[in-house]
Design a protein around this ligand. Structure first.
Ligand code: SF4
Length: 632
């Protein structure tokens, strides 16, 4: 009997309206474990490289890992994997909350959905029973209304619902998937893939959580983790969430501002949690079994009515809707956040697209007429809400903006390309590679595009890092300090090693805030936790190999889609100097970046064109991948 997982994958063909259960053996689970690795396995097995994200032949995979849902802090996330409507390559994105645990309690480790339903539907999974139900009455409704109706019509308020709003239905290329109305599989357009399949939601409920191998040890580890978090002092994260970060980032001039022209925003304090806590705070929220409780809900009656059920803006949202666009009106930013969660829009890409449109407007590339009469100047808060509404519904200029920065620039012409900040088509999150230099590699080479959760950030090994933090990286063999803006071989090695660890956490679907290398949990304890749940005898080496396997599968798929080393390059703006603040003048040297790429390719076992070498694939038991990708 397996421990920690069921050995059951639910398969759904929406074109045929059929479902079936696939049983996988222990070797499969031990090799892929869950999250992005399991998702990548099913994409590679089922999708021909080059298939359009909106083609019914694309699949979308939902699921946690062998440890998801066990009552240990941070073991709570689930992943969604598919082809991205923004990049055309493979994409996975993780979310916190409760849905991943409930899916397991409902009897399945993962769900693989293929085809396209002839009319809107939702999946209802209740203690192993599966129904494809009509969603005609839910289509067009925002996430909260749809969730309420699903719970009501199935007679249980404890049902966990994952779903999309109108932006997903309208296939906005950066539509996301929401669960609990505030936790998002945010990046890359997974909500649009659901919309393309006429799949409004997946509702789960159950009482059949799998047994763990050693319950006493699991409890002991859970208590130890809680104590460590308390000793570590999760103070600021607990008090302000990540919303306290704009001020910290701005104090070192690395808060992306005005479409990445500068790292300094004079009004950073106005878009920080320190400010909205005094006026809008509506309560603390967290994920299953986590004592950190890092999410902060907001509510307001005026000038905008803001419903606290949709949570509150975290750092990335405050920066994307705030400093990227130069908007310092916290009411507009908080309302923008609520609307994004109602409509299922990725807040990062939404802010990035609006900031890009403002840059084009100020440079005469986009006119007031093009913008439906809106004055798209940096700092104009009055345009934020109308633009989000237009994007979600693809109305007027919103239809253009719904395409994402890469495609908008292709339509507007070469002058706009210079202002377009994305990698592979995914818009930049709010961390500055011209200051934290290893992020250039993270954004450039991570398979999903510009991803800030792909590796440890540079400040944790910088000379200024507290000993306590830098010491935590030593068990990974990282024991040398490197300057923030260094992009030499030591920094490349730091990126390479920590990217594997982050990928490992992604495959286990564990929260990075709890378990990233710079956090207080020792990885021997993580291995003990995996063993106590599954009954296996693993090691950090085995778990890290799972992480590397995910990265290699994704890279190989992208290569088969036609991506080359040119797709690892950075947008022009990263090679231009930051315009103001303490980091004024910082830029990434093209030659130095090319050299860093070459070093990374060698460390990773990729050839000079950035393709994984056969020997590397064999070492990671991925010898099936090459043949499979050719055969698809
Ligand atoms: S730290 Fe925050 S995001 Fe992570 S599991 Fe806890 S509450 Fe969720």
């Amino acid at each position: 009997m397996p421990y920690g997982y069921h050995g059951k994958i639910l398969r759904v063909d929406l074109s045929k309206g059929s479902t079936w259960v696939e049983e996988k053996d222990e070797q499969f689970y031990r090799r892929y474990m869950g999250g992005g690795a399991l998702g990548a396995y099913y994409v590679l097995q089922n999708v021909k490289p080059g298939t359009d994200a909106f083609d019914p032949q694309n699949v979308i995979v939902f699921g946690g890992s062998v440890v998801t849902g066990v009552r240990i802090a941070g073991f709570t996330r689930h992943s969604v994997t598919s082809v991205s409507p923004l990049t055309g390559g493979i994409l996975d994105s993780e979310a916190g909350g409760f849905w991943g645990r409930e899916l397991k309690a409902a009897g399945y480790d993962a769900i693989v959905v293929e085809g396209k339903a002839p009319k809107p539907v939702y999946l209802w999974i209740n203690d192993g029973e599966v129904e494809i139900k009509d969603a005609g009455h839910l289509w067009g409704k925002v996430t909260g209304e749809a969730q309420d109706i699903i719970r009501q019509e199935n007679g249980d308020q404890r049902i966990r619902v994952l779903g999309i709003g109108p932006a997903g239905e309208n296939m906005v290329r950066y539509a996301c998937i929401l669960n609990e109305l505030r936790d998002a599989n945010g990046r890359g357009g997974l909500g649009a893939v659901m919309g393309s399949k006429n799949l409004k939601a997946i509702a789960v409920r159950g009482n059949n959580f799998p047994e763990v191998a050693d319950p006493e040890t699991v409890k002991k580890i859970a208590r130890s983790f809680v104590k460590k978090f308390k000793d570590f002092g999760t103070g600021r994260l607990r008090q302000l969430g990540t919303g306290g970060t704009p001020i910290a980032q701005n104090s070192t001039s690395q808060l992306p501002t005005h479409n990445w022209k500068t790292g300094y925003f004079e009004n950073a304090d106005k878009i920080s949690a320190q400010t909205f806590h005094e006026t809008m705070f509506a309560g603390d929220e967290g994920c299953f079994a986590c004592p950190v409780v890092c999410k902060k809900a907001v509510k307001a009656e005026e000038p905008y009515k803001i419903d606290p059920r949709y949570g509150g803006p975290e750092y990335e949202t405050l920066a994307a809707l705030g400093s990227y666009t130069g908007i310092s009106d916290i009411n507009a930013v908080a309302k923008g956040h609520e609307l994004c969660n109602k409509y299922s829009l990725d807040t990062i890409s939404t802010g990035a697209v609006i900031a890009f449109a403002m840059d084009c407007y100020e440079n005469g590339i986009l006119s007031k007429e093009d913008a439906d009469g809106l004055e798209l100047k940096f700092g104009n808060a009055s345009v934020l809400v109308p633009l989000i509404e237009k994007i979600a519904r693809r109305e007027g200029v919103g239809d253009l903006l719904a395409e994402g920065v890469k495609r908008i620039a292709a339509k507007l012409g070469p002058e706009s390309e210079k202002l377009a900040v994305h990698c592979k088509g995914l818009e930049f999150p709010a961390h500055e590679p011209r200051v934290k230099r290893s992020l250039a590699l993270a954004y450039g080479t991570t398979p999903i595009g510009a991803d800030h959760m792909a590796s440890e950030h540079d400040p944790n090994i910088a000379p200024t890092a507290p000993d306590l933090v830098a010491d935590r990286l030593k068990p990974l063999g990282i024991n040398e300090r490197v300057e923030l803006d260094d992009l030499g071989s030591k920094k490349v090695s730091f990126f390479y090693q920590t990217s594997i660890i982050y990928s490992m956490l992604n495959c286990l679907d564990i929260c990075m805030f709890c378990m990233a290398p710079s956090r207080p949990i020792n990885y021997n304890e993580l291995v003990d936790a995996v063993d106590a749940v599954t009954g296996w005898e693993t090691s950090l080496l085995e778990l890290a190999k799972v992480g590397e396997r995910r990265l290699l599968m994704m890279r190989a798929f992208n290569n088969a889609c036609g991506m080359t080393k040119e797709d690892d390059l950075l947008p022009p703006r990263m090679h231009e100097p930051l315009a103001s603040g303490d980091t004024k003048g910082n830029k990434i040297d093209k030659k130095e970046y090319r050299q860093a790429l070459e070093t990374l390719y060698e460390l990773s076992g990729w050839d000079e064109d950035g393709r994984p070498r056969n020997s590397k694939m064999i070492a990671l038991d991925l010898d099936w991948v090459g043949e499979r990708l050719k055969a698809n």
